[in-house]
Structure formats: structure tokens, C-alpha cells
Design a protein around this ligand. Structure first.
Ligand SMILES: *Cc1c(COP(=O)(O)O)cnc(C)c1O
Length: 230
């Protein structure tokens, strides 16, 4: 299927999920995950009006960013090693995988040296799978309190990944869990400003994530494709 057709199909499904859950389409932002595709394909994605680009490794992103950087808003969605922060700082507007103090410290330090701010999502391992990164839910409140000591980090939301399920419906408790964690943080006024965003939902489960309150969905294969087809 051509890119334009895939975009239209995904748009319809997003709209339907919003309608089912009484949400406005504008509340849901799309990150086009280009990690499987070339720079040329990424250029096409940008030309089709998708401005938010997601990559999970600098190695995969570098050529795309150097060619197309100024045309998009770049989201780092993968696990980030502390020694790789220097490669990506100042290039990505958002980091979706903040999951430990050592990373916060390094991001803050490198951002400070560039006199820039970074927008971060705190990754939570809601499902509890041992293979997944992220804070355990009970670590979230103390972690968020610590974040106030890093003035260059703006915590805009929480992020999670659901386990792959053949029945997308099975992911619902994970997404609902993340929303509940956000709502609890806000009720307890843990942060100075309320936490607004939820980064959750991928190709396999984005409709369930939207129904549970996702404000950023990260779509790779279903939208951008995993092979070249413009
Ligand atoms: C690859 C990736 C995605 C997109 O995956 P698809 O299933 O192809 O939509 C989303 N989020 C993260 C963190 C990823 O690594």
C-alpha cells in the first residue's frame, strides 16, 4: 500500500477510536517511527505532512537527521545509554525513555552545556515484564520528586510499551494503568505543573491506547511501513 493510503487508513482508525471514547482528534499526536526505513522514505513521510519523527537509535537516525533535521521534530524513543547522550542532545526535542537518575543527570548536564531544555517522558514498566525497560510503578513518585533537581528537563508525560498481544484488547490494562499513574501524580500534585501527556500505543495496539487516553502514539510498520514503498 502506498504511503498516502496508509496515512488515510490510520487517520480513519484514529478518528474512529476518538469517537468511540469521546475524545477530540486533536488530542492525539502521531509520531512516525522511521527506524525501519531509509532517509528517502523519511523525506517522503515529512512531505506528506507528518512532522514528528521517531527513532530508537542514533546509529539509524544519524543520516536522516543530518539530511532532514530542520524539517521535522525528532523524538528519541529507544533505550538510551548514558554514554550516547552526547550524540543526541540538542537534536531530539523529546526523549521518551527517561528511566533512571543517571540518565536524567547526564541529559541535564549536556543540555545545560548547550543552554537548551529537553522534553522528557518518564518510561514506566506497567506490565512488569522483565524484558522491558522503565521504572516500576511504585518508583514513580520518588523519581518524579527527584526530577525537580534537573532544571533542564521538562517532564511532559509518561511512556509505556505494552507486551505484544495477538488480541490488542489484552493490552488495555497496561494503558489504563499508565493513565491511572498520571492521574494519581496530578491528584497528589507531585510536580509543579500537572503531567499532561501519555506516550503509548504502537501499530498493533494504538486504538486501545487512544481509548485509554494516549496523547502521543508511536507508529512504525502500519504507517511508515517496514519496507520501502512511497
Ligand atoms: C519500533 C518502535 C515503535 C513502532 O513500532 P511499530 O510496531 O512498528 O509501530 C514504537 N515505539 C518504540 C519504542 C519502538 O521502538
Amino acid at each position: 500500500m502506498a504511503l498516502q493510503d496508509r496515512i488515510e487508513l490510520v487517520e480513519q482508525r484514529i478518528t474512529d477510536a476518538c469517537t468511540r471514547s469521546g475524545r477530540q482528534r486533536e488530542e492525539v499526536n502521531i509520531i512516525a517511527v522511521t527506524k525501519y526505513v531509509s532517509t528517502k522514505m523519511t523525506a517522503s513521510v515529512l512531505q506528506h505532512g507528518l512532522k514528528h519523527i521517531g527513532e530508537n537509535r542514533w546509529q539509524n537516525a544519524q543520516e536522516k537527521w543530518e539530511t532532514l533535521g530542520s524539517q521535522g521534530v525528532w523524538h528519541f524513543i529507544g533505550h538510551l545509554q548514558t554514554n550516547k547522550v552526547k550524540d543526541v542532545i540538542g537534536k531530539f526535542a523529546y526523549f521518551h525513555s527517561l528511566d533512571r537518575l543517571s540518565l536524567a543527570q547526564e541529559l541535564n548536564k549536556k543540555a545545560e552545556s548547550l543552554q537548551t531544555d529537553v522534553q522528557c517522558f518518564v518510561q514506566v514498566n506497567v506490565s512488569g515484564e522483565v524484558s522491558k525497560y522503565g521504572l516500576a510503578p511504585e518508583q514513580l513518585v520518588p523519581f518524579m520528586k527527584e526530577m525537580q533537581s534537573y532544571p533542564r528537563l521538562r517532564i511532559v508525560g509518561l511512556m509505556t510499551m505494552a507486551p505484544f498481544e495477538y488480541e490488542a484488547e489484552q493490552t488495555r490494562p497496561v494503558f489504563r494503568g499508565l493513565r491511572t499513574l498520571r492521574d494519581e501524580l496530578n491528584q497528589q500534585a507531585i510536580t509543579e505543573d500537572p503531567i499532561q501527556h501519555l506516550s503509548m500505543g504502537m501499530s498493533n495496539d494504538f486504538e486501545v491506547a487512544i481509548e485509554e487516553g494516549a496523547t502521543w502514539i508511536r507508529l512504525g510498520s502500519i504507517l511508515v511501513g517496514d519496507k520501502e514503498e512511497v
